[in-house]
Design a protein around this ligand. Structure first.
Ligand code: FBP
Length: 326
């Protein structure tokens, strides 16, 4: 079967986005990063890279060897790449200015290895990325170049490392899914123009956190759990990796929730390189994404590692959750 390759699709998107030519090159770098990390994850068990480094990151989370490897690989892939001037990463406290990228017109925000807690149980993991045009014209990018709302994303996507490696992205048009043929190291189009189903699927939330939620949040989750929602019955599914839970929701429908807590109203997930890129994809696929009250894509970050609650998935599900939280 003559399947479209990822590179061919990038060029088509670049033409339709009237992009200057840099965008497809930047997207191709994420394809390279995906293939490199897929290989690292496959070998981690054999080369003793499953464990912790003994350090903590800016999120005050224990850092695993693969977290460091993923971030180092990200920086390698974008070094000496004149289209990109800077990188924001979950694993780095400050933005990373790329040497020689001063004239680059894009910045990237990345969660290099999402769901890294799954690494030693061979669970799903992922990489999440967003691509913005810088706001300043040239020179060293400023924080303002990174603190942009998701509605200004030029492109966003994620890589899913699971039984197969997939790359799903949108450059402003349809959401297209590509599957890696490891034998030749090429991604092929397998899921064209993904549209999130309505009225079916699963609800996905870590219910062990229930005692930390306020009453309205408890009521929302209880309604889904007891199949009392107006938007239809849902199965319970939770992979413990945002990319895996979102990918299932995108293809099968339903809702993913990471609510805020009474003592941590901002929740756990990060706006810039987790919530906004996935919200961008979710809306392009016909779904919705909020923090429980407002559209994720309208939230302007004030800090690089800002967190927000996250409700994303089928429009009807997210709307019903929002109505109960109001
Ligand atoms: P990182 O692994 O990139 O820190 O992402 C956070 C995350 O692992 C998500 O992938 C996942 O959805 C969530 O945390 C799981 O959190 P919890 O263990 O509290 O349910």
């Amino acid at each position: 079967m003559n399947r479209l390759t990822l590179s061919e699709q990038f060029f088509r998107d670049q033409a339709s986005a009237a992009a200057s030519g840099g965008l497809s090159t930047v997207l191709n770098r994420f394809s390279l990063l995906a293939r490199m990390l897929a290989s690292e994850i496959m070998r981690a068990g054999f080369v003793g890279k499953l464990g912790y480094t003994g350090t903590t990151n800016v999120q005050d989370e224990n850092v695993r060897a693969l977290d460091v490897i993923s971030n180092d690989t990200l920086l390698q892939v974008f070094e000496n790449m004149p289209m990109v001037c800077g990188v924001a990463s979950e694993e780095m406290e400050e933005v990373h200015i790329l040497p020689g990228g001063e004239s680059g017109k894009y910045i990237v925000s990345v969660d290099p290895l999402d769901g890294s807690g799954n690494v030693d149980v061979a669970g799903q993991m992922g990489t999440i990325f967003g691509i913005y045009r810088r706001r300043t014209m040239s020179g060293v990018p400023t924080l303002a170049d990174f603190l942009q709302p998701g509605r200004d994303l030029v492109a966003a996507g994620y890589v899913l490392y699971g039984p197969c490696t997939m790359l799903i992205y949108s450059a402003g048009g349809p959401v297209n899914g590509f599957t890696l043929d490891r034998s030749i190291g090429t991604f092929f189009l397998t899921h064209p123009n993904i549209q999130i189903p309505e009225g079916e699927g699963s609800y996905s939330v870590n219910e062990a956190n229930e005692s930390k939620w306020d009453d309205k949040t408890k009521a929302v989750v209880r309604a889904f759990r007891t199949q009392q929602t107006k938007c239809g019955k849902r199965a319970a599914r939770y992979a413990g990796a945002l990319v895996g839970d979102f990918h299932r929701t995108l293809l099968k429908g339903g809702i993913y929730m990471y609510p805020g807590e009474v003592k941590k109203p901002e929740g756990k997930l990060r706006l810039l390189y987790e919530n906004a890129p996935l919200a961008f994809l979710c809306e392009k696929a016909g779904g919705a994404a909020t923090d429980g009250r407002q559209r994720i894509l309208d939230i302007v970050p004030t800090k690089l590692h800002e967190r927000t609650p996250l409700y994303l998935g089928s429009k009807g599900d997210v709307r019903e959750a929002g109505a109960m939280l109001a």
